[in-house]
Ligand binder design. Structure first.
Ligand code: HEC
Ligand SMILES: [Cu+2]
Length: 482
């Protein structure tokens, strides 16, 4: 049948009828306070990085939220624990998903084993203290209050009991999403990520149960800056995932208490950002600011496979304090979008042409044959201080949770061929060095085979290592794959 204008008109009318029936919201309300609620519904609460089911086309409801406060010791990083105060047992606290016009009946229970009174200030609440004044609750008690969600957006909630900063610093924050009528547009994957800064008596990485340090908090001198409450909450096996072609939406919050986040995903561009969690949409964004006590919704389609690193681009926080996560994307490569290395050469500023990497090290200065150990140590030390020092540090001591030690490294001493291959090809994935786990990235080092032999000889003959003398021909062999 050939479509005529009248059949089009009928189709449009039908679609309108069907959508209005499903929606059952023939009326739009100028004031969200007037939206009627139908029936009760118990809110689904999720711990990070998961979010509850989208509201979709559901009507405004009386939404029952039952939130339990738990104070509990948990891991901050390998070997280090912290006494977290939590909403719902996780940091950040349980994700609450509502829609505009919902009448939320909020019950806050303070577990009898807890030591302190708490309350909750939800930024989605219109009313004194965002609920804080009505929710102050002692251990072993519960408090109930109601509020109507008037404004769509992504909002932070947090404890507001004095000393407020301390309650927030101990992990008492989370996100509440208020979707517009009809819900946010559908996407393939949604995740919940919230940054927070932590202040401990011991320095970063110091083992054992670490107490909160008030002075460091006042000085804004954070020992840990992390996503989802601890170092590694989103790395390795805990990475969030997606498939090529999917659209990913991240609900990103920042509990603070102090630091503002420069949220960035290495190797991705945010197609859309709902700036500050509100209704204005910015497109094609590289890094979005997430204020302390604020949020943002970011969306992007993943086009190529790989591991994309989530960071606070105040970058020492990412590589030295923990603000690093991973999004693992699987699927077909797309060489048009990203080629990978297509050519590798030596850069000669004076000559200007790109040449092939000379495998035989036929550089300007041919390496001296049969160097003595002392000569190799001297050359190796120079290379070390130029190339390896920035990460592995002057005495090979490394940096806890970021760069493994080369000093007295059981991993290094166990296998020289593996060490050569790491310097030649780089290394990623989890390794254990002297009982500590590392899961990071060492890039391939752009130095010649002769230089690799010297620098590894220097490393092996320093800082209590096993004095292996690495030769250039060993490196040649590994490079050529024999
Ligand atoms: C940009 C930082 C960086 C630089 C520069 C760097 N490394 Fe690494 N290195 C790492 C990281 C990170 C790891 C751990 C990788 C992982 O988690 O899989 C590592 C691991 C290693 C390991 C194995 C683990 C161990 O502790 O024994 C060796 C050996 C090593 N590097 C040697 C070197 C040498 C030699 C150089 C200089 C030629 C160098 N690295 C330069 C970051 C770096
Ligand atoms: Cu509290």
């Amino acid at each position: 049948m050939k479509p005529t204008s009248s059949s089009y008109a009928m189709l449009v009318a039908l679609i309108l009828l069907v959508t209005s029936c499903i929606n059952n919201e023939k009326k739009t309300y100028d004031n969200a306070a007037d939206i009627p609620v139908s029936r009760e519904m118990i809110a689904e609460l999720t711990s990070p990085p998961n979010v509850p089911t989208p509201v979709g086309l559901r009507k405004a409801k009386k939404l029952i939220v039952n939130m339990e406060i738990l104070e509990k010791e948990s891991t901050m990083t390998d070997g280090t624990t912290y006494n977290y105060w939590t909403f719902g047992g996780s940091v950040p606290g349980s994700f609450i998903r509502t829609r505009v016009g919902d009448e939320v009946e909020f019950t806050l229970s303070n577990h009898p084993d807890n030591k302190l009174p708490h309350n909750i200030d939800l930024h989605a609440v219109t009313g004194p203290g965002g609920g804080a004044t009505s929710s102050f609750v002692a251990p072993g008690h519960e408090k109930k209050f109601n509020f109507k969600t008037l404004n769509p957006g992504l909002y932070v909630y947090h404890c507001a009991t004095a000393p407020v900063g301390m309650h927030i610093a101990n992990g008492m924050y989370g996100l509440i999403l208020v979707e517009p009528a009809g819900g946010l547009p559908q996407v393939d994957k949604e995740y919940y990520i919230m940054q927070g800064d932590f202040y401990t008596k011991g320095e970063n990485g110091e083992p054992g149960l670490q107490a909160f340090d008030m002075q460091k908090a006042v000085d804004e001198d954070a020992d840990y800056v992390v996503f989802n409450g601890k170092v590694g909450a989103l790395t390795g096996d805990n990475a969030i995932t997606a498939n090529v072609g999917e659209t990913v939406r991240l609900y990103v919050g920042n509990g603070g208490p102090n630091l503002v986040s420069s949220f960035h995903v290495i190797g991705e561009i945010f197609d859309k950002v709902m700036v500050e969690g509100g209704s204005s949409i910015n497109k094609h964004v590289q890094t979005t600011l997430v204020p302390a006590g604020g949020a943002a919704i970011v969306e992007f389609r993943v086009d190529v496979p790989g591991t994309f690193i989530l960071v606070d681009h105040s970058i020492f926080r990412a590589f030295n304090k923990g603000a690093l996560g991973m999004l693992k994307v699987e699927g077909e490569e797309n060489k048009k979008i990203y080629s990978g290395v297509v050519q590798e050469g030596i850069y000669h500023p004076e000559g200007g042409t790109i040449q092939e990497m000379p495998d035989d090290d036929s550089k300007k200065v041919a390496p001296k044959e049969n160097k003595t150990l002392a000569e190799k140590m001297e050359s190796g030390k120079k290379i070390y201080m130029q190339t390896c020092f920035a990460c592995h540090q002057a005495e090979g001591q490394g940096i806890p949770n970021a760069f493994p030690p080369l000093a007295k490294s059981d991993y290094l001493n166990a296998d020289v061929n593996r060490a050569i291959s790491i310097v030649l090809k780089g290394k990623t994935g989890e390794i254990t060095v002297n009982g500590q786990k590392y899961n990071s990235v060492m890039t391939r080092q752009a130095i010649s085979n002769d230089e690799i032999a010297d620098v590894l000889t220097y490393v092996y003959n320093s800082w209590g290592n096993n004095k292996t003398n690495v030769t250039k021909s060993q490196v040649d062999q590994i490079k050529s794959g024999h």
